[in-house]
Design a protein around this ligand. Structure first.
Ligand code: NAP
Length: 333
């Protein structure tokens, strides 16, 4: 049975949404639990809430996902002057909550999808639902070099599409030797006066065509056997980096006002081990539309996406997962 509230209680005013602001009752069976926030999660929350499925979201201790680390977002339609990443996440959350999404900023520790209702554990409490939507995203891997934390989301970024335009006519470095690094470096030539691509060895994981495109670009210089040891900054922000040659430990300095780290992403799927099918890197696999290998468990956003990784594509997939979950729940009866 799909549990929907009586229509009269489903009002779209903020005040009325307080009806839904309750502590989750451990053991109660919900229609839908959404795991993870960010554009995919909040959009899934908005759609399932408007479908009157009374969704429950565990948004994570650091709710909002990767956009909480982004400065201005200029490529999400509807914001002609751009918007701050954190601000956009607050808007998305408020919009979904207005329609009744119940959000708790807690992490899911483990799940059991072996039988329905599915079971989800949060801070030791068990929660149950007939459908689950996984939107835990993927985190970009950072270098962890000295001085990095202070410059994250300022001079140092992991998304050229998001932040490249802030570095017009500046000298930028890109770190990595895979397709992402080649793609980011090539993309950044639209803005930067010079892009220096740094790779820790002289063999590249990147496909030949993408390597060639970057290597042959007049604005791109590729330096091999270079690792960032330390980021340098001045009163204006990032000013350069200390580079180390891994072969002999020798050091040199490079100046730059922007840096993009493109050394891969890691999906946040550790808690799903053995529960749904994943690829060798841990990305959740879809079996039909947004449904995973487990009927009734759906996944959306960067947790399944190795290609686009944009806020707008994640939001679109969150919408698809919500519609798929609603249709699937209806088909069960
Ligand atoms: P990737 O292929 O795993 O490459 C990661 C790169 O980062 C490698 O060169 C690696 O160096 C380097 N690296 C890793 N850790 C490092 C560290 N601590 N310090 C310095 N360098 C480090 O990752 P990706 O480039 O993100 O690509 C992931 C997948 O997406 C690939 O299958 C790729 O083909 C695909 N992709 C496709 C496109 C496209 O088709 N348009 C675009 C982007 C990505 P080592 O080689 O020395 O390990």
């Amino acid at each position: 049975m799909i549990r929907r509230p009586p229509r009269s209680t489903h009002c779209i005013s903020s005040a009325a949404s307080d009806v839904y602001k309750r502590q989750p009752v451990s053991g109660e069976v919900r229609n839908v639990i959404i795991i993870g926030s960010g554009p995919a999660g909040y959009t899934a929350g908005l759609y399932t809430a408007r479908a009157m499925l009374e969704p429950l979201m565990f948004a994570g201790y650091m709710s909002g996902g990767q956009l909480m680390l982004t400065s201005d977002v200029e490529n999400f339609p509807g914001y002609p002057n751009g918007i701050g990443g954190p601000e956009m996440m607050i808007h998305m959350r408020e919009q979904a909550e207005r329609f009744g999404l119940e959000v708790h900023d807690k992490n899911v520790e483990k799940v059991d999808f072996s039988e329905r209702p599915f079971r989800v554990w949060v801070e030791g409490d068990e929660h149950r639902a007939d459908a689950v939507i996984i939107c835990t995203g993927a985190e970009a891997i950072w270098l962890g070099a000295e001085g990095e934390e202070a410059q994250k989301g300022r001079g140092i970024s992991t998304c050229a599409t998001c932040d490249g335009a802030f570095f017009r006519d500046e000298e930028i470095i890109v770190v990595g030797g895979g397709d992402s690094a080649m793609e980011e470096a090539t993309f950044l030539t639209r803005f930067a006066s010079k892009v220096t691509l740094l790779h820790r060895r002289d063999v590249f994981r990147a496909s030949k065509v993408m390597y060639e495109r970057a290597a042959n670009h007049p604005k791109i210089e590729i330096q091999t056997f270079r690792q960032v040891k330390k980021w340098l900054s001045d009163e204006k922000g990032l000013s350069g980096a200390v580079l180390e040659d891994p072969r002999d430990g020798s050091e040199e300095e490079i100046s730059c006002t922007g840096a993009f780290i493109a050394i891969g992403h890691k999906p946040m799927t550790g808690f799903l081990e053995g529960e749904v099918e994943m690829d060798e890197s841990g990305y959740v696999l879809h079996s039909e539309h947004t449904m995973t290998s487990v009927p009734g468990v759906f996944a959306a956003g960067d947790v399944v996406d190795t290609r686009y990784r944009q806020a707008i594509t994640a939001a679109g997939m969150g919408c698809q997962a919500a519609i798929d979950a609603e249709k699937w729940l209806e088909d069960q009866h």
